[in-house]
Write a protein that binds this ligand. Structure first.
Ligand SMILES: Cc1ncc(COP(=O)(O)O)c(C=O)c1O
Length: 457
């Protein structure tokens, strides 16, 4: 097996991307590991992007890529949708930040109310992380209980309550910089374990259960809909709140998010990504009596209101982009197109893997795809994985760092950028040419990996 430094894949990548290499050297002098987000880290260095349009982006060496990072899932409509660009350009002329109330925040909030079934009221934040942070605070204030139940492997951003138990520390121990006292107030339950969830809720000190309703890391560990329905019943029975973290599934699985697709209504929903049309933004939406905790003055039943600030909350540019995007989501088949493309892409990639006799499986639900590396060479179909056959620890386990890096570099060499999961979200503007290019890229990459004995030929 060629090590990374001896790898011809790595050598070829370096030959094709000298300008990215130069920028990466500079970036490391400024940014830890040269990146601004852990998921963008790649050995020997990531591509540096100059521009993007539709489902494609171009790096500083002039190379074009089919894009499957999709703005970390924010770009259901692809890059630079003309209506979104026009709305932002128009707003730019009027002002970027009034530090005051403005009409667009009402229109934007109305879009959320119309689309998200459980959204009686909306409070905007600047990110998904801020949204989950606020939702937990509302839950604790409203119930007077200290604990939060999370499902192991589910991702909810990076604040202290969420910074462990996502891809490691499934025992619930605190990660560096997180207080043990905070971690102790988080109960981690294995996805699908109704008994454990019931036992935890029985204790009466759980304020809320928060989950990604389509499964950990947006379906990397698919979640059975009946389990979500059971959590709805259990939380109602034990007077705890149910929070759907729809930061990625919102406006994506369906215009009304996973809650519309599943027909299950949570008490609170966290939103971001597509919500703000590719600009920064987030929101907590949900029951009016819960969002009431943010209102002036505190109600007699509340000792004190929840204080909530945020310089960029409901920023006018984000509102303009968000409104344009949500109107398109509401009035077109954008979600369906992205879902349909993903289903066809998963089939096409699995066909390549079968033809190349590679035991990996590409699976997923809605507009996403994930690679399972199947190191035990089990007889498994994408449907079996998607219906929850495998344990979350198996699905979350990463292959060797070398294999993962070589896979991502191989795809980049052949003009496709997959996300670090590995896999990616698809958009409403990926087309048949993109699909063919992605399948061809996987075939060529797999052959390169075989040449380096990373997979058996
Ligand atoms: C389900 C989920 N929740 C929360 C977050 C955090 O959102 P943000 O990156 O906007 O802070 C993410 C981001 O990927 C997410 O996928």
């Amino acid at each position: 097996m060629a090590t990374l430094t001896e790898s011809r894949i790595l050598q070829r990548y370096r030959e094709l991307t000298p300008n990215s290499a130069r920028l990466a050297r500079e970036a490391r002098q400024v940014l830890p590991s040269g990146v601004a987000h852990d998921s963008r880290y790649l050995e020997p260095y990531p591509i540096f992007v100059e521009r993007a349009a539709g489902a494609h982006k171009w790096d500083v060496d002039g190379r074009e890529y089919v894009d499957y990072s999709g703005g970390h899932g924010a770009l259901l409509l692809g890059h630079n949708h003309p209506r979104v660009v026009a709305a932002v350009a128009e707003q730019l002329q009027r002002g970027t930040h009034f530090g005051a109330c403005h009409e667009l925040e009402i229109v934007w909030g109305r879009c959320v109310q119309r689309l998200i079934p459980s959204a009686e009221r909306v409070r905007f934040t600047s990110s998904g992380t801020e949204a989950t942070l606020l939702a937990l605070r509302i839950a604790r204030a409203a119930t007077g209980r200290p604990k939060i139940m999370r499902l192991a492997g589910h991702f909810h951003g990076w604040h202290d309550h969420m910074a462990f138990g996502v891809s490691s520390r499934y025992d619930g121990s605190a990660s560096p910089g997180v207080l043990d006292e905070v971690a102790k107030n988080v109960v981690l339950v294995a996805p699908g374990d109704t008994e454990a969830a019931a036992a935890a809720l029985q204790s009466g000190d759980v304020a809320a259960v928060i989950l990604e309703p389509t499964g950990a890391s947006w379906g990397q560990v698919p979640l059975a809909p009946h389990f979500v329905a059971e959590l709805r019943e259990l939380t109602a029975k034990h007077a705890a709140l149910l929070i759907f973290d729809e930061v990625i599934s919102g406006f994506r699985c369906a215009p009304g998010g996973a809650q519309q697709a599943l027909g299950i209504e949570p008490d609170l929903t966290t939103l971001a990504k597509i919500l703000a049309g590719g600009l920064p933004g987030g929101a907590v939406a949900g029951r009016a009596d819960l969002l009431e905790w943010l209102e002036f003055p505190a109600k007699p039943s509340q000792r004190e209101k929840i204080s909530h600030h945020g310089t960029f909350n409901a920023n006018p540019l984000s509102a303009a982009a968000g409104i344009a995007t949500l109107e398109i989501v509401e009035t077109t088949d954008a979600c369906e197109r992205a879902n349909d493309y993903a289903a066809r892409l998963r089939d096409a990639l699995n066909a390549v893997l079968r033809e190349e006799r590679v035991p990996w499986v590409v699976y997923g639900t809605y507009s996403g795809f994930h690679f399972f590396f199947n190191s035990d060479r089990q007889e498994l179909s994408a449907e079996e994985i998607s219906s929850g056959k495998l344990d979350y620890r198996v699905l979350k386990a990463r292959p060797s760092a070398t294999l993962l890096t070589k896979l991502r570099l191989g795809m980049l060499i052949h003009g496709v950028e997959i996300f670090s999961w590995p896999g990616g979200p698809t958009s409403a503007c990926h087309n048949d040419r993109d699909l063919q290019r992605t399948a061809d890229a996987l075939r060529e990459t797999v052959r390169m990996l075989k040449d380096e004995d990373e997979i058996e030929s």
